[in-house]
Design a protein. Structure first.
Length: 46
């Protein structure tokens, strides 16, 4: 299930690392997206 979610995240959600986003200047919504992508990625790797 998490591998499928990780693929969907890659397709649908923005990649802030490619945009050189500074985490200290990120909005709450951007931080939420980053946390979600991190959570799904870690679970997909296990």
């Amino acid at each position: 299930m998490f591998k499928t979610l990780a693929r969907l995240n890659k397709l649908l959600l923005p990649s802030y690392s490619k945009q050189n986003l500074d985490l200290s200047k990120a909005s709450a919504f951007q931080k939420l997206i980053i946390a979600w992508r991190y959570y799904v990625t870690i679970r997909a790797l296990n």
